[in-house]
Design a protein around this ligand. Sequence first.
Ligand SMILES: [Zn+2]
Length: 177
Amino acid sequence: MRALIVVDVQNDFCPGGALAVPGGDAVIEPINRLASQSPLVVATRDWHPADHGSFAEQGGPWPVHCVAGTPGAELHAGIDPELVDAVIDKGQEVGQEGYSGFEGTGLERLLREHDVDAVDVAGLALDYCVMATALDARRAGLEVTVHRGATRAVEVQPGDGERAVERLRAAGVEVVD
Ligand SMILES: [Zn+2]
């Protein structure tokens, strides 16, 4: 069985958010289209404590974003909630990076319970949480397809999106438009 993993399509990663990914809201339409054709849809959320280790004030690389329970951490309203079967929160511990939806969560167990052997991955951002989630899905032995048109890269360094695609392909992930 196939499942779609919708990575971090949250207000803070969309235009106007605390850590906006350029064009982040452009993923919404293609994701709803993929979700409507997928038997199981799991959405992940970055769901951080206020003193998360990834925040600049704690010495991390990012501005404060996706603090648990705040509007910025909510899924973007454009994602049709009727299509989402389960929500997985990640990065809930201060010292947990939480890029991957598999890190310290019940995602792998959930997929196994549904006999999932192949996943489609989309969302934000391609060069961080989408890449980390897709690589962990491969490590878990799943067939993985990343839908590039349903992702956007943050590109802290220009070219990071392209490099992410190369890393994914090298790990046996199929990357399609
Ligand atoms: Zn985060």
